[in-house]
Design a protein around this ligand. Structure first.
Ligand SMILES: [Zn+2]
Length: 377
């Protein structure tokens, strides 16, 4: 089954191909070009001058959770500071939930994201924090999400000794979870795990063949970026507080700086230094960090709008970061891009250009979405 899409007012491909039409064949893009040169297709869809771009690639979410943190958010907006310790509230609720309840939460949020144009999504464990609950979190995530990350080193469970817990994470817990995931991550931050503890977890994960990611530099300057670059992590996420040395290290590495502006706004932190990263030559991704504590949004459009209006990124830079940048943070070449052979993940805006994503802040602009060649809305 092939579909010719015509009438594209503005086509953002993140690749060398251009045109005003494209053909989807099965789950892949088969052809991109000008409509006069289009090959025959089974079906034709005219998008009537709308902008088409790759579906959002959300490379950072925490969707395997239960419970509610509305009150904590409200208290924070009333002036209480954010600390990493709030994670424990979600851990207790997650451990108490059934498998079916957890799977329903993951599905609900992936569906919510898809309706807004997110066609590829990573999610993490990290609210189980014991072997059994991390394994079932990974299993449920693997059934629903495109990419799964093991985040046993999210927080030391309250009442446990940090070094004993690190030994569990890099030993028995990693052994049990590794077959279910592609990535390992660690929250390298004051109040979570220090440089040595984080490095021990990541090195054990690398020895198991997992790719590496780091949560770092969220609440203040710290060793997260340095560690991520040193170990060749695919991505270091947050990057809210960076030293000049951190920016230089990112610029001269393959480690993507994944910025999570909805989280910084929801915790009343500064926004990350996107302009300095880009000007230095670092690769920047944007992601939602959708989670019930510090960033409860699945809206990549909101992240793009914020990046443009408040972080001095151009619209083109922000859209690239939320599509191809996310793909690079996940070391994927088949998503976040429109070219023959790529996954047919398309986002059609009810607007003539991607500029409207920032020009019309807060307006829902998703017209239609195609995921793996299937129109989903
Ligand atoms: Zn996170």
């Amino acid at each position: 089954m092939s579909v010719l899409i015509t009438g594209i007012g503005e086509l953002t491909t993140n690749s060398e191909v251009t045109g005003d039409a494209l053909v989807i064949d099965g789950a892949e893009i088969a052809w991109v070009g000008n409509v006069g040169d289009a090959p025959a297709a089974d079906e034709r869809v005219d998008v009537e001058g709308r902008a088409v771009l790759p579906g959002w690639v959300d490379s950072h979410t925490h969707l395997v959770f239960a419970g509610d943190r509305t009150a904590e958010f409200g208290a924070r907006m009333a002036g209480k500071p954010y600390t990493a310790g709030g994670i424990a509230v979600t851990v207790n609720a997650t451990r108490a939930a059934t498998d079916e309840e957890l799977a329903a939460v993951v599905r609900k949020h992936i569906a919510e994201a898809l309706r807004q144009g997110t066609t590829f999504i990573e999610t993490k464990t990290g609210y189980g924090l014991n072997v059994a609950d991390e394994v079932r979190s990974a299993r449920i995530a693997a059934e629903e999400a495109d990419e799964v990350t093991f985040l046993g080193a999210h927080l030391v469970p309250p009442g446990e000794d940090a070094d004993t817990y690190v030994d569990l994470v890099r030993g028995e817990m990693l052994d049990a979870v590794a077959p279910l995931v592609r990535w390992a991550d660690v929250f390298c931050e004051k109040g979570a795990f220090d440089y040595d503890q984080s490095k021990a977890v990541l090195q054990a994960a690398a020895a198991k063949g997992l790719g590496l990611r780091v949560h770092g530099n969220q609440l203040g300057e710290g060793p997260g970026v340095r560690l991520a670059v040193e170990l060749g992590a695919a991505s270091v996420d947050h990057c809210t507080y960076l030293s000049a040395a951190d920016i230089d290290a990112l610029a001269s590495s393959d480690t993507v700086a994944t910025l999570l502006p909805a989280c910084d706004l929801s915790t009343r932190q500064s926004l990350p230094p996107a302009r300095a990263l880009l000007d230095a030559g670092a690769t920047v991704a944007l992601a939602s960090n959708c989670n019930p504590g510090s960033s409860y949004t699945s809206s990549m459009a909101f992240c793009v709008t914020t990046a443009v209006l408040q972080m001095r990124m151009s619209v083109e830079e922000a859209v690239w970061a939320a599509t191809a940048g996310g793909a690079q943070a996940l070391r994927r070449t088949d998503v976040g891009v429109i070219r023959p052979g790529a996954r047919a993940d398309l986002h059609v805006l009810d607007a003539p250009s991607i500029t409207h994503l920032a020009y019309r802040p807060g307006v829902p602009l998703t017209h239609s979405v195609w995921r793996q060649g299937e129109r989903t809305n």
